[in-house]
Design a protein around this ligand. Structure first.
Ligand code: PGA
Length: 246
């Protein structure tokens, strides 16, 4: 990790994230941003929208990319990353369809959907900022822990831990697989922001600060990226317990 940034609380983590997003789109009107969903970036997206609207920033050249998705849900299912991103960011900012690169969770042929997405992603001239959260099992996007990780967009069976994700409590459908950008795709980001927040991730804290890299804890691979900043919400972690459960 290039930098560990310790913040007081979730508000400060979100402020810093929103500022970084704001800087990215104001410095480059054609910026490309890859966006995680979930609790970690939610407030940051709301703060970003407020700043953009307040300052009347033109985002018509910016491209937003959806990092991952639960497979098999209807596009309008409340649990999808699609609905999350539209509600928290795209709709408030009036982003046009052609500025949003995303997977269709309902695609009849999921493998073909991976290939379509990958070709469109590869055609982007550059990727300026990648916003990521950490999964309770250390996953990144839906790159789940395992003996190996994939470099590009792929379909992946969800780990038992991931199946308990808070977002999935909003659907009655059983979700068994996800679709996610791969590690090489994430490493295209000129800058990566990794957001670390949530008491259930306390056991992962030592792996943020030590030098270990393992595919069994996918976020540790970000230690190899030359410009990855990890923003840590100190208040959400019980630091005295962080050496347990490893
Ligand atoms: P969260 O999810 O931001 O809701 O904690 C992160 C993840 O599971 O990748």
């Amino acid at each position: 990790m290039t930098n560990l940034i310790w913040t007081r609380d979730y508000d400060e983590l979100s402020q810093l994230t929103a500022e970084c997003m704001y800087r990215t789109v104001t410095q480059n009107p054609n910026a490309v941003l890859v966006l995680a969903t979930g609790g970690s970036p939610q407030l940051a997206y709301r703060l970003f929208c407020k700043k953009i609207i307040r300052d009347g920033i033109d985002l018509s050249g910016v491209t937003f990319v959806k990092l991952d998705e639960w497979l098999g849900l209807s596009t309008t299912d409340e649990a999808t990353c699609e609905v999350f991103l539209r509600r928290e960011l795209l709709d408030p900012l009036d982003i046009c369809e052609n500025q949003f690169l995303h997977f269709d969770p309902e695609a009849p042929d999921a493998q073909a959907e991976c290939e379509r997405f990958q070709a469109a992603f590869d055609a982007l001239p550059q990727v300026d900022l990648v916003i990521l959260g950490i999964g309770k099992n250390g996953h990144l996007g839906l790159n789940e822990p395992g003996e190996s990780l994939s470099s590009n967009t792929h379909i992946i069976p969800l780990s038992p831990k991931t199946k308990t994700h808070e977002m999935l409590t909003h659907t009655s459908s059983q979700v068994t697989h996800g679709i996610t950008m791969g590690m090489a795709d994430l490493f295209r980001g000129k800058e990566i922001l990794l957001l670390a927040t949530g008491a259930e991730k306390t056991h992962l804290l030592p792996l943020l600060t030590d030098r270990q890299i393992t595919t069994f804890v996918p976020f540790t691979l970000l230690k190899l990226h030359p410009n990855c900043n990890c923003i840590i919400d100190r208040s959400s972690f019980d630091v005295s317990r962080s050496n347990e459960d490893l």
